[in-house]
Design a protein around this ligand. Structure first.
Ligand code: SF4
Length: 323
């Protein structure tokens, strides 16, 4: 399977281009979205049908009505929430795409996901966690042995330092337990807000918005915001949705970015939210050609998790080295 190197970033100090994440308490305060969010919708003519789903007349009417004028704040909120509802139908099975059994595994896996795919991390972590199941085990490990185990994820020396550093901090400062507060998580080596929110949202059930490379790209295509700074994107999107939606919204948007609205070749002709997207036409609009661009379960390929949730409609990912 082709790698999607747009997915992640090393340790988050280097970049914030990674996978999942969530947030609970919004710290520190960040700027509010402004009228910069205003957009016109429907400037390009979307298809009458998409490959994934039929377009309703109501959507067409809305699209046509808003074609010529800037979008009001109220209209933006409505459109954003409609996109979320559509995505919730399409990706009813959206979930974090890292395999994990507990908060420690999720924390380590998220740090390892920098600059590689969740698939590669999922193929690598079973051996790592079998050898070092607890923070105490990993903190006391031989760094060279850890490097060898995580080599397939790339940047393995820096990542070894990060995960051994955070394991040591967990052992020495948190009694070997992953803390459930963002203030504590972001102080761990190699852990930034994005990683912290992944852990909070998916291991502690704290609502949060994950601004990874997919999320940022898609919300800008949808004109929810023009911001590029992840914290400002996070604040702008948080202002459009109730907190209870934040974590699942993040998963749905990231699912859509990985499967349909790709960075270079968005499959607009197969997109279920084409009628709500101001950037329709940025990618392939021919339905048949667009269908061929779909990935993972949408394209009939294996997913990223070796152990996907029971409701996942696709195939499990193969272990490392499998054909
Ligand atoms: S695939 Fe095209 S129509 Fe769909 S969200 Fe992306 S840019 Fe918009």
């Amino acid at each position: 399977m082709a790698k999607d190197h747009s997915d992640s970033a090393v340790g988050e100090q280097a970049s914030d281009e990674s996978e999942n994440a969530t947030k609970g308490t919004r710290v520190p305060p960040v700027s509010k979205p402004s009228d910069k969010n205003q957009a016109t919708v429907g400037a390009a003519k979307p298809p009458a049908k998409t490959a994934a789903k039929k377009t309703t007349p109501a959507k067409k009417a809305t699209s046509a009505k808003t074609a010529a004028k800037p979008e009001s704040r109220t209209a933006l909120v409505r459109r954003a929430r409609r996109i979320n509802r559509e995505l919730a139908e399409v990706y009813s099975y959206a979930h974090p795409e890292l395999d994990f059994e507990n908060p420690f595994e999720l924390l380590v896996a998220t740090v390892l996901s920098a600059q590689t795919t969740d698939l590669r991390v999922n193929q690598t972590t079973p051996r790592l966690f079998a050898a070092y199941p607890t923070p105490e085990d990993l903190a006391a490990a031989n760094p060279e042995e850890v490097e060898e185990l995580i080599r397939p994820t790339g940047f393995f020396r820096a990542k070894t330092k990060s995960i051994m550093g955070l394991a040591t901090a967990l052992r020495d400062n948190h009694g070997g337990v992953v803390p459930g507060r963002i203030e504590d998580l972001v102080k761990l080596p190699g852990v930034g807000r994005k990683t912290a929110f992944v852990v909070l949202g998916n291991a502690f059930g704290v609502p949060g918005i994950t601004v990874d490379t997919h999320f940022g790209r898609l919300v800008r295509r949808w004109k929810w915001t023009e911001e590029t700074d992840p914290e400002k994107v996070e604040a702008a999107v948080a202002d459009l949705f109730p907190k209870s939606e934040w974590t699942m919204l993040s998963h749905r948007v990231i699912f859509h970015g990985r499967r349909i609205c790709h960075s270079r070749k968005p499959a607009c002709g197969a997109c279920p939210i084409a009628e709500l997207c101001p950037s329709y036409g940025e990618g392939e609009t021919d339905p048949e050609k667009a269908k061929k661009l779909l990935k993972y379960e949408m394209g009939g390929m294996p997913g990223q998790r070796l152990k996907p949730p029971p409701d996942y409609p696709g195939k499990a990912a193969p272990p490392l080295g499998a054909a």
